[in-house]
Design a protein around this ligand. Sequence first.
Ligand code: PMP
Ligand code: GLU
Length: 394
Amino acid sequence: MQLSKRVETLTPSSTLAITAKAKELKKQGHDVIGLGAGEPDFNTPEYILEAAQEAMKNGLTKYTPSGGTVELKQAIVKKFEKDNELSYQPEQIIVTSGAKHALYTLFQVILNDGDEVIVPAPYWVSYPEQIKLAGGKPVILKSLEENEFKITPEELRAAITPNTKAIVINSPSNPTGMMYTKEELEALGDICLEHGILIVSDEIYEKLIYTSDQHVSIASISSELKENTVVINGVSKSHSMTGWRIGYAAGPQLIIKAMTSLASHSTSNPTSIAQYAALAAYENDDQSLQEMNKAFAERLDAFYDLITDIPGITCIKPKGAFYIFPNVSKAVEMNGFSSVDEWVNAILEEEKVALVPGSGFGFPENVRLSYPLALEDLVEAAKRIKRFVINHHS
Ligand code: PMP
Ligand code: GLU
């Protein structure tokens, strides 16, 4: 059986693969510390669980409109008004099976064969693959660490060709935790408007910020930018709801309508019960979010210090999300490995700590460490990585 050309070069998501491997080793009885999974360790807040149970009991277990229930869309409209000073009509929103599927559907409806999408690196692993699956060409635009892994207007200009259709902006970023300021977004946005480039603004980590920096949605800067942007968001990270699979997109009605038609032939609606859970998430003021953020901020402070204390590992301090993304090339060289991927495998074998190699994020000299773990596990993980680096010093 010959598989389709479309999937010939498709590889499984490295983040999900590492997470699965760590879980499997744990099941076999190994004392594994998984720094792979990009998800909060807290359970979904109780009031959300109760809302889902209520929905089930009340028979809200049937198909809903493909693009999501009217109630949830209205709650999302309110969320945009409250958090982002953005005003949308419900017809400009589609609820999807996770933010990942919002992005997938979006690329399917905007790209023709050969259309280019600028993807600043480091990038989240799924963007390039999703763009390729839609017939597009990811144009990887490598940022510099000294610019906090953010692209500059000059770099953006140089990457634009007549085939450029869109750009992905992910702030706060997975994997670097860096954030663009309003001024930086405005400068990038002006160039996109000048060239008619659609902005895909992935804001899934907007609630997870540990400095005084403010999250700004690029769509909120001007009405022109709003009309030229599709905002992607969801409850996975903000409300510890990764398994429920509720995300959404907001943007020009033409695009959202096409996405909704596509959903009607592929997923149909996202799970009805999960939609009611997400509705409860947005209809309540969430104390648990503040507690989660406080815990993440403490863990980041402690873990960042421990990791950057390891010889051959350097890193700028992230501002948001829940990852750190250090450059480990010196440690890898000192330890006599020829690639970060090999080094990461050896750490998993020997010290039972699971990391995600930077190659999947377009930065092969780095690794990604997720820190939504108990503090004592983070301390132990850092101890093991340090021991590995020192023991293998050649
Ligand atoms: N965008 C980014 C940057 C992410 O890290 C994730 C997490 N997997 C997603 C989108 C997708 O989120 P979801 O779990 O809602 O599909
Ligand atoms: N966003 C998470 C991560 O990057 C979840 C895994 C995934 O969907 O890729 O680890």
